[in-house]
Design a protein around this ligand. Structure first.
Ligand SMILES: NC(=O)c1ccc[n+]([C@@H]2O[C@H](COP(=O)([O-])OP(=O)(O)OC[C@H]3O[C@@H](n4cnc5c(N)ncnc54)[C@H](O)[C@@H]3O)[C@@H](O)[C@H]2O)c1
Length: 341
């Protein structure tokens, strides 16, 4: 392998654009190939990037080769086959979240990743969102003492989707808790550990023409007696947000993916000698689509400079928690996630 990690991107016109930008901006990376089923779009993209060729079938691209890592930015229904085929072609992979929609798809990807020995990163990008990374670091270093309650959300309005119509395709049900709620579920798993049990209620009031519930509230039990909750709404009437609160024995942290600061509350004695709370606003960069960090990490992982954190098992276990919430809302009982070892 040359010094630079050579990337190929499948799905160039949506979130794939952020990955391409991340590759172009990274001195350890080069963009070797792109593929999209939208021929006019991918042709124009190749021209603007100065690439001599482009592909409309990812299998042709894999056969041609000439890259080390494939970045999969296609609708979720394509993830399983594109991941497995890319691994079988001897490539490392970054797959956009969610890893997949179903347990059997996760199992197929895990098996292929293990057989290949290649690095497989799942794009749970909230772990690279500066606000959330700082909140996690503060918890880990004990700034708020012992956690007892955590909450997050994925609140979006999909009634104005534009190009993402595949999200409501009835032939491949994309449950919002797995498709989008996986961001919040993954964030809390990262901070509080693997939930042991989930209970959920769901309704279907905001997007009646969609084939699936559009709002789910999940209540979760985490290790060490921590409890938590995740809201997933894809029909809410407000701008996209992931408001997140972490409650500990010595303080509370509030943050989200769109604000220029996070807030830390800690108990104090005020100037009148009374019990009060100190409120600190800690400035932060807003970057909720930090694909550049994923590309940078993958370069370092492939070049042997850092270990892989968000591996295929991490991605699959986040899917497992989301699916447990979906099952609970359907059956009306608490459900234990089916974790992958
Ligand atoms: N990490 C994040 O914050 C984030 C944000 C948005 C989307 N996503 C994920 O990224 C993936 C893509 O979502 P999007 O919003 O970019 O969708 P999109 O529809 O905007 O873009 C998908 C692109 O893939 C192309 N495509 C579709 N099928 C293909 C195929 N079989 N082969 C090659 N190209 C194909 C489409 O033409 C399109 O250009 C999904 O898994 C989604 O969950 C992640």
């Amino acid at each position: 392998m040359e010094n630079k990690v050579r990337f190929a991107v499948i799905g160039t016109e949506g979130i794939g654009r952020s990955h391409i930008e991340g590759i172009l901006r990274n001195e350890n990376a080069s963009l070797a190939a792109i593929c999209d089923v939208d021929e006019p779009a991918v042709r124009a993209r190749a021209e603007s990037l100065g690439l001599p060729t482009y592909y409309t079938d990812y299998k042709d691209m894999l056969r041609a080769g000439g890259f080390d890592c494939v970045v999969i930015c296609t609708p979720d229904s394509f993830h399983k086959d594109q991941c497995v085929d890319s691994l079988n072609a001897g490539c490392h992979v970054i797959c956009e979240k969610p890893l997949a929609m179903r347990i059997d798809e996760c199992e197929a990807i895990i098996a292929a990743a293990r057989a290949s020995g290649k690095h497989f990163m799942v794009g749970q990008v909230c772990r690279k969102t500066p606000a959330f990374a700082l909140m996690k670091a503060m918890v880990d270093r004990g700034d708020i003492g012992e956690l007892f309650y955590v909450e997050s959300e994925y609140a979006h309005d999909y009634s104005i989707l534009g190009r993402g119509e595949w999200r409501k395709d009835p032939s491949y049900i994309r449950h919002p808790v797995v498709g989008g709620g996986c961001h919040a579920m993954d964030l809390l798993r990262w901070i509080a550990g693997d939930p042991t049990e989930v209970f959920a209620y769901a309704n279907h009031k905001m997007l009646p023409d969609w084939p699936i519930d559009d709002c789910t509230i999940s209540v979760l039990k985490y290790p060490n007696g921590v409890i938590g909750k995740v809201l997933t709404s894809i029909g809410c009437k407000r701008p996209y947000t992931m408001r997140t609160q972490l409650f500990g024995s010595k303080g509370t942290i509030l943050g989200d993916n769109k604000s220029p600061y996070i807030t830390l509350f800690t108990p104090c004695i005020n100037e009148k000698g009374k019990h009060s709370f100190k409120e600190e606003q800690i400035p932060i960069d807003i970057n909720h689509h930090n694909m550049a960090a994923e590309i940078s990490d993958m370069c370092d992982i492939i070049l042997g400079k850092m270990p892989l954190e968000i591996d295929v098992i991490e991605g699959a276990n986040t899917v497992a928690v989301c699916l447990a919430a979906v099952e609970s809302a359907e059956c009306g009982l608490p459900v234990k996630p089916h974790y992958f070892g």
